[in-house]
Design a protein around this ligand. Structure first.
Ligand SMILES: Cc1ncc(C[n+]2csc(CCOP(=O)(O)OP(=O)(O)O)c2C)c(N)n1
Ligand SMILES: [Mg+2]
Length: 908
């Protein structure tokens, strides 16, 4: 063995024979890396041929991806940048600490930003573009940043130094309801619409939204709607956050669609809230494997420059070996316990390592930094990420949670640290050299140097160079005009007796909108592999499915009129089976009026059961993001969606939709109702600029669509109108003594009940179409609030009371949704009961309980929402009011085929 062989053998624990091969390989490497890659690839292929197959290993050695000798020099003034970072660290700390001192329990986080500061600051000084400059000196739009939500104090602290926020703002961190403007706890565009763009604090939503944002940016570019620019989407992600399925569940899309406009930075401080992310393993190895497997460009930033010298002296690889013997739990303990402990337990395991660090003091040892705190390492990683082409990049940076917080560094409880002790604060300002007196430090007083100080000048200059401050949010001045209702004449006229479903009807509306010269290009149909369910084949033919690589194969159905058409500039986002991904696309499109200054009208069509209850938190974030667009809940209704059973039949999405303040929801029965709502939605969101979105249910039951009655539009939008009076059924019916409410497909059951009641029992009923219980309730509670706050003024009447004026008798409400939906109107429907007093007029029928596999007739009978159940409920109620004899009513139930002893469907 040569001397070199011995070295090699020791480094890799190889045999002498293998060491010779390795040495030969080293020589190939010396002649050039591409040759080395070629050799390895050739050996791999040869191995395969001879039956020697290498086991896959997706993680590499536990050291930085970029070797020290390949790093470029730092382009900034590192000292002044360190100073700026210290100031931001202090102000973030001061803001949270000060607030918790004044208002104990108000919360906030300091340790996350403490770990992230270098990574954000290197970005702010050198990478985050608020604008780009085009080749002709023209201005191009800038990057998007998804911040780790609970690192917000650091983002505020920078904005404070930049002069965007005042002392008053900082003092009102988490005090949003005071006279002076406060700062929201986390990134909430709803609360700070000129500042934040992307809500991120619900773990996992930022990452998935960022991935689909990158994809949507390419979609707009490939469709020629926006210019292709060098801009990037940066997503800062917690290492604990990667356990959320939303964080990693969609990463393969990034490589598949070559989203090299996307950069993830995972802040691997090795901790989450309760303790280590992977105490017994290394999270960085795990994530490297996952991202590599998904085809991303992985850049590890584990060790800071201080270690470079040690690695250089580590000729036999013992230091790296020692590092790889440790798990994250060990690294945390070494950081928490200090230099002496590190020397004894880490280096002390091998005498050679102890020897290696004998010149280092304990203090120097503990200040050997992790890579995420070293601007040079971070800069080089970002540079590589930004320059990488073809796939997205992920920077896995090791950091220290609670960096700089003295005794709170890297401890299991660090996440929840809100305050430091007086001594801790004094030590902090000393360590970071903040020129404020100790008393001010203890109070958590913010500090901003004079505007002409070198650090302020440098900071402003860097941001000027990169196009301005970030984040900021703004909205395009004008949208566009919605087409008038006459544009939808085909549907307001009715279907001429032809049986269609509201789903089929909507698809034809969508095709019509796609052809509209003014807004057709803005429409974004989104569907998670449910297009055929909704009859979208014709839409696919019309506008194509977006496919960044076009169609590289000949579809087998190419000869057919409605073939599966994929195109580079296709308009449909066919997401495959991912409701979360589809919702993330909907979010990117729904925010486009602000992020791209390009208002887009997304129609997200999906199985209503797999909407709010499956991806509800993404919908909540969409609302926070001031998203606009249409969620179209298809195959709606617990009994209308036949055959599929318990997991598919949705009887509650309207209840869930009602919980989201900006979600305007409708349950239309007929196509004219649907188009009135769609027309108004486009007008309200895009012409008027209201930050709201629409949820509309679509059914698959086919029936004739009537023409729109004169003057119905107002009631449709407010939520109720009389569809067919008793006299409309029969001119000599007399005045109605009961009122029937129906919604969606169940309106037809109410109409049939009206006939049964008239024909069999001589009871005259009016039938109302209730298009939105939620909108009616919102109007009613707003009116009631006004009345409550103005007791001296004349009482205002709610819309529901106004609409029902003169309508007599009990009200039987039936829908394909839970009973709690109509019940929300109960407070305004009082005055029924024996002698017409003391009881709510409302009798609610609905679909509480688990669905079943069966046909509509059986489902509606089971859930007691068919015409017979509605007629029976009416008669029963009239008996309770003393208008029909009890025994007669009981007999009527039997005549209607109702089993009074049947099991309650709510629990069946
Ligand atoms: C969906 C969700 N679950 C729980 C939380 C509460 N929470 C906020 S921060 C946090 C820990 C975050 O750890 P990590 O992602 O590692 O970020 P770090 O603070 O360590 O940078 C938790 C559990 C949340 N915000 N969202
Ligand atoms: Mg963490």
């Amino acid at each position: 063995m040569t001397m070199k062989n011995e070295e090699v053998a020791a480094k890799g624990d190889f045999s002498a024979e293998v060491a010779e091969w390795v040495e030969a390989f080293d020589e190939v490497v010396a002649s050039g890396r591409p040759q080395a890659v070629e050799l390895l690839e050739a050996l791999r292929l040869r191995g395969r041929e001879t039956g020697v197959v290498l086991p896959y290993r997706l993680s590499t050695r536990f050291r930085n991806t970029i070797p020290a000798e390949e790093e470029v020099a730092y382009p900034g003034d590192m000292e002044i940048e360190r100073r700026i970072k210290s100031l931001i660290r202090w102000n973030a700390m001061a803001m949270v600490h000060g607030q918790n001192k004044k208002d104990p329990g108000i919360g906030g986080h300091i340790s996350t930003y403490a770990s992230l500061a270098t990574m954000l600051e290197v970005g702010y000084s050198h990478f985050f573009h608020a604008k780009y400059t085009g080749e002709e000196g023209n201005e191009l739009p800038g990057d998007f940043i998804y911040f780790q939500g609970h690192a917000s104090p650091g983002v505020y602290a920078r904005a404070y130094l930049e002069g965007r926020l005042t002392d008053e703002h900082l003092k009102n961190f988490r005090h949003e309801l005071r006279k002076t403007p406060g700062l929201s706890s986390y990134p909430h565009p709803w609360l700070m619409p000129n500042f934040w763009n992307f809500p991120t604090v619900s773990m996992g939503l930022g990452p998935i939204n960022a991935i689909y944002q990158a994809r949507f940016m390419r979609y707009l570019e490939n469709r020629g709607l926006i210019e292709r620019t060098p801009r990037k989407i940066w997503a800062f992600v917690g290492d604990g956050e990667t356990d959320e399925v939303e964080t990693l569940g969609a990463i393969s899309l990034g490589a598949r669609e070559k989203l090299d406009n996307l950069i993830f930075v995972v802040n691997c401080n090795l901790q989450r809230l309760d303790g280590p992310v992977r105490g017994n393993k290394r999270i960085i190895d795990e994530l490297e494997g996952v991202f590599t497997g998904a085809g991303w460009n992985v850049i590890k930033v584990i060790w800071g420059r201080g270690w470079d010298e040690l690695f250089a002296r580590d000729v036999n690889g013992l230091l790296l070996k020692r590092m790889e013997e440790c798990v994250d739990g060990d690294f945390q303990t070494y950081k928490a316990k200090g230099g002496a402990y590190l020397r004894q337990h880490f280096f002390g395991k091998y005498p050679e390592l102890l020897e290696m660090v004998k010149e280092y003091t304990d203090d120097e040892l503990i200040h050997l930094q992790r890579g995420g705190h070293d601007p040079v390492k971070v800069f080089n990683a970002y540079k590589l990420a930004v320059e990488h082409r073809g796939v997205p990049s992920v920077v896995l940076a090791m950091t220290v949670k609670g960096y700089g917080m003295g005794p709170a560094e890297s401890r299991n409880a660090t996440h929840s640290e809100k305050k430091l002790s007086d001594e801790g604060l004094a030590a902090f300002v000393k360590r970071f050299n903040i020129p404020i007196p100790e008393e001010a430090a203890i109070e958590g007083t913010p500090y901003r140097p004079p505007q002409d100080s070198p650090e302020m000048v440098y900071m402003q200059e860097r941001r000027r160079e990169l196009g301005g401050v970030m984040p900021t949010r703004s909205v395009a001045a004008a949208g566009f005009k919605a087409p008038g209702l006459d544009y939808f004449g085909e549907w307001t006229a009715g279907s001429n007796g032809r049986a269609v479903s509201t789903t089929m009807g909507f698809i034809s509306v969508l095709r019509h909108l796609l052809k509209n010269p003014e807004i057709g290009q803005r429409v974004v149909p989104i569907v998670p592999d449910e297009g055929r369910t909704f009859g979208m084949e014709s839409v696919i033919r019309q506008v194509g499915i977006y496919a960044p690589e076009g169609q590289r194969y000949t579809p087998h159905d190419k000869e057919m009129l409605l073939f599966y058409r994929e195109e580079l500039d296709g308009q449909i986002l066919e997401e495959g089976i991912t409701e979360a991904g589809a919702m993330a696309s909907f979010t990117a499109a729904g925010q486009a009026y602000s992020t791209y200054k390009m208002p887009m009208i997304p129609f997200y069509m999906y199985y209503s059961m797999f909407g709010f209850q499956r991806i509800g938190d993404l919908v909540w974030a969409f609302a926070d993001a001031r998203g606009r667009g249409f969620m179209m809940g298809g195959t709606a209704g617990r009994t209308t969606m036949l055959g599929e059973g318990l997991q598919h039949q949705d009887g509650h999405s309207h209840v869930l939709a009602s919980t989201i303040p900006t979600c305007v929801s409708y349950d239309p029965a007929f196509m004219y109702e649907m188009v009135v709502v769609v027309q108004e939605g486009i007008r309200r969101m895009y012409e008027k600029g209201d930050d709201c979105f629409y949820y509309i249910t679509m059914y698959n039951e086919e029936y004739a669509m009537p023409a729109m009655p004169e003057g119905a539009a107002e009631g449709i939008l407010k939520g109720i109108y009389k569809y067919r009076a008793a006299s409309g059924l029969s001119p000599n019916a007399g005045e109605a003594t009961v009122q029937l409410f129906g919604s969606g497909a169940i309106l037809n059951e109410a109409l049939r009940a009206q006939e049964i009641l008239a024909e069999k029992y001589g009871i005259a009923a009016d039938v109302w179409s209730v298009t939105s219980y939620t909108e009616l309730r919102r109007e009613a509670i707003a009116t009631e609030r006004w009345n409550r706050l103005h007791p001296a003024e004349a009482e205002r009447k709610t819309y529901i009371e106004t609409a029902l004026e003169g309508a007599k008798g009990p009200i039987v409400a039936a829908s394909d949704y839970m009973k709690s939906l109509p019940d929300v109107l109960a407070p305004w429907l009082q005055g029924g009961g024996l002698q017409g007093e003391g009881r709510c007029r409302l009798v609610t029928l609905g679909t509480d309980g688990f669905g079943r596999s069966d046909n509509r007739a059986h489902l509606r009978r089971h859930f007691e929402v068919n015409a017979e159940a509605i007629a029976g409920a009416t008669i029963s109620r009239l008996a309770r009011e003393g208008k029909i004899e009890g025994k007669r009513a009981q007999a009527a139930l039997a005549e209607l085929g109702i089993d009074s002893e049947a099991k309650d469907p709510a629990r069946a």
